[in-house]
Design a protein around this ligand. Structure first.
Ligand SMILES: NC(=O)c1ccc[n+]([C@@H]2O[C@H](COP(=O)([O-])OP(=O)(O)OC[C@H]3O[C@@H](n4cnc5c(N)ncnc54)[C@H](OP(=O)(O)O)[C@@H]3O)[C@@H](O)[C@H]2O)c1
Length: 260
């Protein structure tokens, strides 16, 4: 029972998949979630790359709080621990602010902010009484855990066509800091990672438009899009025992974009 266990939301593709593979390669027991209605049409449990890495994918919409709480409890019951929760699932939007309708606004807020909060809440309620946690030995006896929220540089700086998306990502940053303080005494560490522009389905629109892409690269000092592995490395660091004194922090991983 010494193997650490992590749950990553939105692990079917992109950053979540890269993070899941990196944790599996680092020796963690890895669970991920994705929506039942997307993908190849086959159950997520039959996803070949996940099976190869012994990553267990569960079907769940992150906005379904009872289902997410049930998945967390099942992991805890099976392995005796859930050391880390990574709230990664998210949706983007390229709709001009003036054209955003109620349905799209609700979907972005519910997925990118409300579900991140409710997953943090379910994890806290399950973990607050019993350990072990990834924190120092002292807090492990009291319970606790490690939460990593995937925000965005667009939660820090603005751009056009991302008004509500940016709002949710900024809210995740503020919430991360607030929860880090509120739950510190219970042995929880809560941090966030802000990716810049990462090569995933989410940035397809950008990659398809050569002129936009060229302009984008002009502004990125390291002159490339990031990869899911670029996000996985700091996530593993934040989940490690070596990060026992890091909480309430926002780690920007953007090739220097926001340093300008
Ligand atoms: N790519 C970037 O440049 C970038 C930059 C900054 C921040 N981020 C953030 O990083 C995170 C991952 O982005 P990505 O680029 O990897 O996006 P992606 O390739 O579009 O993947 C999104 C993931 O989230 C899952 N997801 C979306 N809505 C969900 C829901 N309601 N319930 C459960 N799962 C859901 C998707 O699952 P399905 O397969 O079921 O659709 C998929 O696994 C997001 O929070 C995003 O905002 C991305």
């Amino acid at each position: 029972m010494t193997q650490k266990t992590v749950l990553i939301t939105g692990a079917t593709r992109g950053i979540g998949k890269g993070v899941a593979i990196a944790f599996a390669d680092a020796g963690w027991i890895v669970y991920g979630t994705g929506r039942p209605s997307t993908g190849s049409g086959r159950p997520l449990s039959e996803t070949a790359w996940a099976a190869e890495k012994k990553i267990i994918l569960k079907e769940a919409d992150v906005a379904d709080q009872p289902r997410m709480a049930e998945i967390m409890q099942d992991i805890k019951d099976k392995h005796g621990r859930l050391d880390c929760l990574i709230n990664n699932a998210g949706v983007a939007s390229n709709t001009p602010a003036s054209a955003l309708g109620d349905e799209e606004i609700a979907k972005i807020i519910d997925t990118n902010f409300k579900a991140v909060f409710t997953c943090c809440q379910s994890y806290y309620k399950m973990q607050r009484k019993s350990g072990p946690s990834t924190g120092s030995g002292q807090v492990a006896a009291k319970g606790g855990g490690c939460i990593i929220n995937i925000s965005s540089v667009l939660g820090i700086v603005g751009t056009s066509l991302a008004s509500v998306y940016s709002g949710t990502k900024g809210a995740v940053i503020s919430m991360t800091k607030a929860l880090a303080i509120e739950w510190a005494n219970s042995g929880f560490r809560v941090n966030a990672i802000c990716p810049g522009f990462i090569d995933t389905d989410m940035t397809d629109m950008l990659k398809k438009r050569e002129s936009v892409m060229a302009k984008m690269l002009e502004f990125i000092p390291l002159k490339r899009l990031g990869t899911p592995e670029d996000i996985a490395a700091p996530a593993i660091m934040l989940a490690s025992d070596g990060a026992a004194y890091i909480t309430g922090q926002i780690i920007v991983v953007d090739g220097g974009l926001t340093a300008m």
